[in-house]
Design a binder for this molecule. Structure first.
Ligand SMILES: [Mg+2]
Length: 273
């Protein structure tokens, strides 16, 4: 018997490529390459998603996960500063900011010394999310692969390579995107900033800037980058995220992307309902 005759047949989406299975492997479907999908009836040609606090709560990795890095930073604080309450309060605020903003940006904006920054970076470089941590995406994240079936999707995240990759792998999200890019801050000179990364995506795939939708939480990161490039920016107002007037639109759930993209009035319900 031919191997494929024993396997369930999946209906291919128009334009999708069927990957022929070898013996014992399931039939897989892969979305067409980013520039091949027909998005003419939609309002956008591609979506660029942020990860932390957009698709998953950054603190769900477990609040102890970053402690080795915070301890490393603290180890470089002078005795004089340790005794200075306003200084230590500012440092506490800096650590809290690390759940929303990449460490190097926090270090810069909170005036960390070079020693503090280096010690924190070194510790962060080794931190990874473990499968058993209970890390999970927001409940509406199941909508991302459904959007991906219609149009190219990209995931662009800033941070430490190992940490960000471990998050995506624990959540099994890689197949949801045409590309997953970490703007890595752990190697000197490797970080280009999201504006450069977004511009590169647009150039390589031949998108028009105004036909790219940027979805994220952070007004000084992906929202700023998208605005500067003339993209349409949407801020997701997750818990603890403050409304920013800089975004072109605001949503509370990814379901609100459906009418915005032109996919219909209502997003599909989760499959288990
Ligand atoms: Mg974010």
């Amino acid at each position: 018997m031919c191997p494929s005759s024993r396997l369930p047949t999946l209906r291919a989406r128009p334009g999708s490529r069927r990957i022929q299975p070898s013996e014992g492997e399931p039939i897989l479907e892969k979305p067409p390459a980013a520039t091949q999908r027909d998005t003419r009836r939609l309002h956008f040609d591609a979506v660029i998603f942020d990860h932390d606090n957009t698709l998953a709560d950054a603190t769900r990795v477990g609040e102890d996960l970053f402690q080795p890095a915070f301890d490393a930073v603290l180890g470089k604080v002078s005795a004089q500063n340790r005794a200075d309450k306003p200084y230590m309060d500012k440092l506490t605020r800096a650590f809290a900011a690390c759940w929303f903003t990449a460490f190097d940006a926090v270090a810069k904006s909170h005036d960390f010394t070079a020693d503090m920054t280096d010690a924190g970076k070194k510790a962060f470089t080794e931190i990874q999310v473990k499968k058993e941590s209970g890390y999970a995406p927001y409940r509406d994240a199941y909508l991302v692969p459904l959007i991906h079936a219609h149009m190219p999707c990209f995931l662009v995240t800033s941070g430490f390579q190992k940490l960000q990759e471990s998050k995506i792998d624990v959540l099994g999200m890689r197949p949801w995107f045409d590309e997953f890019i970490v703007d890595r801050v752990d190697v000197a000179g490797a970080s280009h900033g999201k504006k450069v990364v977004f511009a590169d995506i647009v150039k390589r795939h031949g998108f028009k800037h105004e036909r790219v939708l940027v979805v994220g939480d952070n007004p000084v990161s992906e929202i700023k980058a998208g605005n500067e490039l003339g993209m349409h920016t949407v801020q997701v107002l997750r818990p603890r995220v403050e409304w920013s007037n800089d975004a072109n639109a605001h949503i509370f759930t990814l379901a609100q992307l459906w009418p915005l993209i032109g996919l219909g009035d209502d997003a599909p319900e989760p499959a288990h309902k």
